[in-house]
Design a protein around this ligand. Structure first.
Ligand code: OAD
Length: 239
């Protein structure tokens, strides 16, 4: 399939969903998770770094790992793909919804409104245990991680770890958007993590994959475009 054909689908679509994954930010310099060489899960152990159990076992190590990623992300910028999406949304208010698995906030920084961030945000943190009256973020004792001076409750990154539920409202809104759209652009995701990947299987709209490599969702696609987010999205979303 040629990109020009997909651009025609974009022009004809009344409601579009972009479902993005780590590949969306690769050209901004944020590593993906599953790339065999550069992926985070090729170099680090998700059991240790991306589960509540792992955090409880080694809170300082996990906190520091996220702090380092947070600092890296603060230094990169949205790429031409993020910008093309935000510009399209500006030209066509209400026509395109962004559903992302990314925690880097780059869609938001590019200016996309109402981003549904299914896996939370690495730029924020929250309490590990349900907060008591004594737990206020302002009073947390600086530390790695910071903790409540009174009860010892720990701050943790506000990302969704393996085995955890997705934020209920964002997921419900994403399911609704997926059900209502007539075109879904699935950009830069391996499609192996559910429920996010399930959105591409649930939609009755056309599904287009934008990914330089094969993904687990290719079988659900009406078109597969083998290219990168920053090179293809400006073309697909031009009008
Ligand atoms: P993965 O690392 O699993 O997949 C990244 C995908 O991006 C791969 O299919 C690559 O081929 C593709 N890719 C690489 N460069 C690209 C580019 N420039 N343009 C387009 N695509 C490109 O990342 P996700 O699918 O996002 O979970 O992983 C899903 C979840 O697993 C993540 O949200 C994270 C991880 O554990 C949480 O943080 C909860």
């Amino acid at each position: 399939m040629k990109p020009e054909q997909v651009r025609d689908w974009v022009r004809a679509a009344r409601r579009i969903v972009v479902l993005s994954g780590a590949g969306m930010s690769a050209e901004s310099g944020v590593p993906t998770f599953r790339d065999a060489q550069t992926g985070l899960w090729a170099r680090f152990r998700p059991q240790e770094l991306a589960t509540e159990e792992g955090f409880r076992a080694q809170p300082q190590l996990v906190w520091d790992w996220y702090a380092e990623r947070r600092a890296q992300i603060a230094q990169v910028a949205p790429n031409a793909g993020h910008r093309a999406i935000a510009a399209f949304q500006q030209r066509h208010p209400g026509r395109l919804a962004v559903v992302t698995q990314n925690v880097d906030g780059l869609h938001q920084r590019a200016g996309s409104p109402g981003v549904l961030a299914l896996h939370g945000s690495i730029m924020e943190d929250r309490w590990l245990e349900p907060p008591r009256a004594c737990c206020t973020a302002e009073d947390a004792v600086p530390g790695r991680p910071p903790r409540c001076a009174a009860c010892g409750n720990l701050r943790r990154p506000a990302v969704v770890w393996f085995g955890e539920l997705l934020p209920e409202q964002a997921l419900a809104a994403a399911e609704q958007a997926a059900a209502a759209c007539d075109l879904m652009l699935v950009v830069g995701t391996s499609g192996v993590v559910y429920p996010a990947a399930g959105l591409a299987r649930a939609t009755r709209g056309r599904v287009v994959i934008v990914n330089p490599q094969a993904s687990d969702l290719d079988d659900a696609a009406d078109a597969v475009l083998r290219g990168t987010a920053a090179s293809l999205l400006p073309l697909l979303l031009a009008d």
